[in-house]
Design a protein around this ligand. Structure first.
Ligand SMILES: CC(C)(COP(=O)(O)OP(=O)(O)OC[C@H]1O[C@@H](n2cnc3c(N)ncnc32)[C@H](O)[C@@H]1OP(=O)(O)O)[C@@H](O)C(=O)NCCC(=O)NCCS
Length: 171
């Protein structure tokens, strides 16, 4: 499994369900953003690990917009899958759907893309299998991933300059 050169998107799919409990909520009785982001990171990491069959580190999270709040007693369904792999990095698409168990109503709460890098125990980067997109949606996300990656790498360049400027001020 670990040495496969190409894998389908479906092989990486990760699905999590969480019942929102009072300890997950703010004083208004709705889910705290930080708790949801923790669940999102876990769900995305499982997809990255399924694809790479090794350790995977979160490198970026694209914009997260919380479309609506989730109340205590509702269920949060999280779904993640790899959209494209590059050499050692993978893009993971994730969406969050809230579910009201009384009415059966489901609504989209958030969706975003993560990037993960595959590493060994010592933190050295490792190559990952290519992705085989099969459905029209998977093929579109695969094509668009290149542009999203370029934007992230541009950001990374700016952040690196900021870090270098910070380091210079320390001396
Ligand atoms: C992930 C990490 C090991 C990469 O180190 P690095 O020196 O940038 O390594 P490389 O330059 O070889 O980059 C590795 C891959 O990451 C990609 N990458 C690096 N920065 C990126 C960014 N901001 N966005 C998207 N991809 C990025 C590179 O393009 C490369 O991908 P590829 O091999 O598929 O082409 C390093 O950035 C790190 O340790 N980050 C901290 C991760 C962490 O601790 N996460 C937990 C949250 S704090």
């Amino acid at each position: 499994m670990g040495n496969r050169k190409r894998k389908t998107v479906d092989e990486s799919r990760s699905v999590m369900h969480r019942l929102v409990m009072p300890e997950d909520s703010n004083t208004l009785g709705t889910l705290m953003g930080g708790v949801l982001m923790h669940w999102m990171d876990m769900c995305a990491a499982i997809a990255a690990r399924r694809h790479s069959n090794t350790y995977a580190m979160t490198v970026t999270v694209d914009r997260i917009q919380f479309v609506g709040s989730v109340r205590v007693g509702e269920v949060v369904n999280l779904e993640a899958e790899v959209t494209r792999a590059f050499r050692t990095s993978m893009e993971i698409g994730l969406r969050v759907i809230a579910e009201n168990l009384d009415t059966g109503e489901k609504r989209l709460c958030a969706s975003t893309f993560y990037s993960f890098v595959a590493v060994d125990r010592d933190g050295s980067t490792l190559p990952v299998p290519e992705v085989i997109p099969e459905t029209d949606g998977q093929k579109k996300r695969y094509r668009d991933a290149e542009e999203r990656r370029s934007a992230r790498l541009e950001d990374a360049g700016r952040i690196r300059e900021e870090a270098e400027a910070f380091d210079r001020q320390q001396f």
